[in-house]
Design a protein around this ligand. Structure first.
Ligand code: MG
Length: 338
C-alpha cells in the first residue's frame, strides 16, 4: 500500500466556543491508502490540542508510518493498529485516520459497505444531536432557531450564566437538551445547576468536571437525577473500569481512541460495566463523521454533527435529516467527493 496525506482546513459556520476555547477554523488531515490494484481508502485525523495533537504531530506520525505500509496486507488491521498504538501511543487522531482508511479500503476491496463488514443493521442508526456552542444569548437563540428541525440539541455550558441561557432557550424550542460543561464546573455549582436543568428537560450532562474528578462525579450523582457522561475523562477502553462507578455513560470519539477497532473494544468494555454509550466527534468532514456513523447501531446516543458545523466539507457521506442519520450504500465508508 501507498500512504499519502493532505491538509483539510475546515471553516466553521459560526465561531466555535466551548468552556475552554474559541476558534473559526479546524485544521484536519486527510489520509489516503492506495493498494496495488489502485483502490483507495480514505481516512481523516481531526487533532485537538486538549489531547496534545495538532497538524504537525499528525504529519510527523504519518511520515514515520509510510514504510510500514509498503508491504502490508490491509486485512491485517489488528496487527497494523496494534503496532501503531505501541509506537505512537499519544497520536490517537493520527492513528484513527489510518484505521478509518484501512476499513474503507477493505470494504471497497470486498465491495461491501462498512456497516455490513461490521455485521450491523443500517436501519438502526441513532438520532444525532446538533451542537450549540457558547455565545451571547442573542446569538445562541439565533443558532437554535436555525436548527428548528433537530429534535435533540447539545448545548455547551460551563460558564457563569449558563442556567439563565438555558431557561431562555427553553422558551423558544421543545427540543430535548443535552448539556456539555467541557470540564467547566465545580461540584457545588454542578449540583445546583443540574437540579434546575432537570426541570428544563435536560436529558444528560457531559463532563462536568476536570479530568480525574472521580469523587466529584460520585457526589454529583448522589444529588442529581440527570445521567452523567464522561468525555474528556475517557480516551480509550483502559479508562473505562476506573470510571464505571462514577458515571452513567461514556462519550466515545474515534479521534480520542484511535479508530473503529478501539471504539468497538470500548463499546464492549462499557457494556460489560453496565454503562450507556454515546458516540461523538470533533469538527470533522464527512469522511470520519461517516466512519463514526457506521458504528451508531451499537450505541445509545449519537452526537455526529461535526460536518454540519462547517461550510466547506469536500465530501458527501452520511446524510442528516431532522437528526436522523442515513448511511450511504457505497462500499467501505461510502464517502464520495462532493
Ligand atoms: Mg463533550
Amino acid at each position: 500500500m501507498n500512504l499519502s496525506f493532505q491538509p483539510l482546513d475546515l471553516k466553521l459556520r459560526h465561531t466555535f466556543k466551548i468552556a475552554r476555547e474559541i476558534r473559526d477554523v479546524q485544521n484536519n488531515i486527510i489520509v489516503l491508502l492506495k493498494d496495488e490494484d489502485g483502490i483507495m481508502g480514505l481516512g481523516e485525523a481531526a487533532p485537538t490540542s486538549f489531547f496534545g495533537e495538532n497538524v504537525k504531530s499528525v504529519t510527523e506520525m504519518l511520515i514515520q508510518s509510510i514504510d510500514l505500509f509498503k508491504n502490508a496486507d490491509p486485512f491485517h488491521i489488528e496487527d497494523i493498529t496494534g503496532y501503531l498504538k505501541n509506537k505512537f501511543p499519544k497520536d490517537a487522531a493520527a492513528r484513527a485516520a489510518i484505521d478509518i482508511a484501512l476499513h474503507d479500503l477493505i470494504g471497497k476491496k470486498l465491495k461491501i459497505p462498512l456497516y455490513r463488514l461490521l455485521g450491523l443493521n443500517q436501519q438502526k442508526t441513532k438520532m444525532t444531536s446538533f451542537t450549540i456552542g457558547i455565545d451571547t444569548l442573542e446569538k445562541m437563540c439565533k443558532k437554535v432557531d436555525e436548527v428548528k428541525d433537530f429534535p435533540i440539541l447539545k448545548i455547551k455550558v460551563g460558564i457563569k450564566n449558563d442556567v439563565e441561557i438555558l431557561k431562555e432557550l427553553r422558551k423558544i424550542t421543545k427540543a430535548v437538551f443535552r448539556v456539555d460543561a467541557n470540564t467547566g464546573w465545580t461540584v457545588d455549582e454542578a449540583i445546583k445547576k443540574l437540579n434546575i436543568m432537570e426541570e428544563l428537560g435536560v436529558e444528560l450532562v457531559e463532563q462536568p468536571f476536570p479530568v480525574g474528578s472521580i469523587e466529584a462525579l460520585k457526589k454529583v450523582r448522589r444529588h442529581v437525577k440527570i445521567p452523567v457522561f464522561a468525555d474528556e475523562d475517557v480516551k480509550d477502553s483502559k479508562d473505562i473500569p476506573v470510571l464505571s462507578d462514577a458515571v452513567d455513560g461514556i462519550n466515545i470519539k474515534l479521534m480520542k481512541c484511535g479508530g473503529i477497532r478501539e471504539a468497538i473494544r470500548m463499546i464492549s468494555t462499557a457494556r460489560a460495566h453496565g454503562l450507556k454509550i454515546m458516540i461523538g466527534c470533533n469538527i470533522e468532514s464527512s469522511v470520519s463523521i461517516t466512519a463514526a456513523a457506521h458504528l451508531t447501531p451499537l450505541v445509545d446516543y449519537a452526537d455526529l454533527d461535526g460536518h454540519l458545523l462547517v461550510t466547506n466539507d469536500p465530501y458527501i457521506g452520511v446524510t442528516v435529516d431532522k437528526g436522523r442519520l442515513t448511511l450511504p450504500d457505497g462500499d467501505g465508508l461510502g464517502v464520495k467527493t462532493r
